[in-house]
Every structure is written in C-alpha cells, then in structure tokens.
Design a protein around this ligand. Structure first.
Ligand SMILES: NC(=O)c1ccc[n+]([C@@H]2O[C@H](COP(=O)([O-])OP(=O)(O)OC[C@H]3O[C@@H](n4cnc5c(N)ncnc54)[C@H](O)[C@@H]3O)[C@@H](O)[C@H]2O)c1
Length: 277
C-alpha cells in the first residue's frame, strides 16, 4: 500500500492486557502503517520465586487474556512473557529476541503498576511504605532503563530506533485526580526519558520520547483508578475535549517514524488540558 509510514520495521509492544489497552491501539496502528510488532504480556516466568497459588492464578489468567487479545486484535504475531519487576525476565526476553534473529526498530513502554490505589481509593503519600514506593518505581519507571539496557546488550535495538513511553499530566501537576505514589514514578519515567534520549542518541542514534495522555477508562488500569466524573472534568477543561486512544496511536507512530530527529520530548496528547491553569 502506498503512503504507509513503515516498511516492515518491527516494534516491541509492552503493556497489552486486553483489546482495550492503549498499547493495543498503538500495535494496530503500527501494523496498519506497514510495520510489524512483537508483543509481551505479564505472566508466569521461570524467574518467579515462591509464587502463591493466588499470584500464579492471577498471572496465568493475565497471560491468557493477553494472548487472546493479541490473537483477536493482531492475528499471528510473536508473543512472550515479560515481567518488568524481574530483571532476569527482561534479560531472558532480550536474549530470546537475539536467538530468533529478531531486530527491533523501537519499543513502546506502556507498563504501570501501583498497589497503593485500590478500588479507586488513593493512599495518602504519608502512608506509602518503602516497598510500595520502590515496587511502583521499579515496574513503572526503572523498567524503561532495563528494557533498553538488555535490548542494547543483546544487539537487538537497531541504530536509529525509537522508544516511546506513556505518562500523564500528574507527573508534573496535582490535578482533578491526585495519584500520589504513581505520579512520582511517572515524573521519574519522564526524567529517564530525557536522560536516555541523550545517552542512547549519542550511542545508537536512538530517539526516546514520552507522551502524556488524557484520562481513559477503557483499560484495566483506567477502570481501576478513574471515576466517570474525572473524565467529565478533564473533558470540560480541555479545549478539544479528551483525546482518544486513536489520537495517541497516531502520535506514537509519528514518533516511531524512521529517520525523524525528535527526541527527549514529553509531548501531550490530551486535547489541550495541559495549557489550562
Ligand atoms: N488509562 C489512562 O487513563 C492512562 C492515561 C495516561 C497514561 N496511561 C499509561 O498508559 C500505560 C498503559 O495503561 P492502560 O491504560 O492501557 O492500562 P492497561 O491496564 O491496559 O495496561 C497496563 C499494563 O501494565 C502491565 N503491567 C503491570 N505490571 C507489570 C509488570 N510487572 N510487568 C509487565 N507488565 C506489567 C499490565 O499487565 C498491563 O498490560 C500505562 O503506563 C499508564 O500509566 C494511562
């Protein structure tokens, strides 16, 4: 097809939980634009130790939902387990890409986890434990560094590749929905984006950007954290209303476009919410 953005380049898509995940919209748009995808989901890995029955069942169900979603939304594409809380799991994934001869032209980081938000209630920051703080930071922010590290180590991430992560306005401002613990991890994710843009740009010509997206309730993470009233407030405040997952997918694809020189940016796909006082 003419006028497609990609010419068979392959992108890693993390963070698909189901067909409504933001990462799924991005994966579909990459494929529609002539690219290929490799998808990773959270599941049981050989590196988990002393998993309880409950945790095992949760991870198995999560991975099953992920595989079904990929099959429905994308058809036959390579899939693998990647648990961002386990360094060995990230390394094993990167090694498996190298073993299969798969070269990546970039990846989407769409991973976030914060156990201090339960049934839409956010724990006050003063009550967040050291483990809760570090777990959220590790999975939601530091994992961006580790995925890039291992993909570079195994020579999987191609020169001139592009990385994008998903953030939101709460990284910088207290908003209609104060997230507290995860907001701090998002601020770290954005700073990591900028530092990596410098390091990886010089080392590998790799671009690194982040996008702050509007609140979205379609996904598991969105349903678990947001209320309808949050979306109404942000939709009314934003000059263009809330942005859609399709808007987000177009912007990620734009940032993945081979040969661009956009890097180190924290962009907004939020209907203009960020310009309001
Ligand atoms: N939904 C929103 O309102 C919104 C707005 C802006 C940004 N975001 C960001 O977009 C990204 C995707 O969120 P979503 O709304 O599509 O929700 P989602 O629930 O579909 O995606 C979150 C993903 O994180 C994965 N994950 C959690 N812990 C993991 C681990 N240890 N290892 C690997 N994967 C793990 C989950 O399996 C899931 O696939 C997140 O970074 C989120 O913070 C969401």
């Amino acid at each position: 097809m003419k006028n497609q953005i990609f010419n068979g380049e392959t992108y890693l898509i993390t963070g698909i939980a189901d067909t409504q995940s933001l990462a799924m919209y991005v994966a579909r748009e990459i494929v529609a634009q002539g690219g290929k995808v490799v998808c990773t989901g959270l599941g049981v890995s050989p590196f988990h130790r002393q998993l309880s029955e409950k945790a095992t069942a949760f991870l198995q169900k999560n991975y099953q939902d992920f595989q079904e979603a990929v099959s429905v939304g994308l058809g036959e594409v390579p899939t693998a387990v990647l648990d961002a809380s386990l360094d060995e799991s990230i390394e094993a994934f990167a090694r498996s890409m190298a073993d299969q001869g798969i070269k990546l032209h970039g990846f989407l980081h769409a991973i976030a986890m914060d156990k201090t938000i339960r049934q839409k209630e956010v724990k006050p920051l003063l009550d967040v434990s050291p483990d809760e703080f570090c777990d959220t930071m590790g999975v939601s922010a530091y994992s961006l560094i580790r995925i890039a590290h291992y993909l570079m180590k195994y020579d999987v991430l191609q020169p001139g590749s592009s990385i994008c992560s998903l953030s939101y306005i709460a990284a910088a401002k207290v908003t209609f929905h104060p997230y507290r613990n995860i907001s701090i991890a998002k601020a770290a994710l954005e700073r990591i984006t900028i530092e990596l843009a410098d390091e990886l740009g010089r080392k590998n010509g790799t671009r690194v950007n982040a996008i702050r997206f509007s609140p979205y309730m379609g996904s598991k993470a969105g349903t678990a954290t947001l209320r309808e009233s949050d979306l109404e407030i942000s939709g009314e405040v934003s000059p263009l209303g809330n942005a859609s997952p399709e808007d987000l997918a177009h912007e990620v694809v734009h940032l993945f476009r081979p040969g661009s020189r956009i890097t180190g940016e924290i962009r907004h796909v939020d209907g203009g919410y960020n310009i309001m006082g």
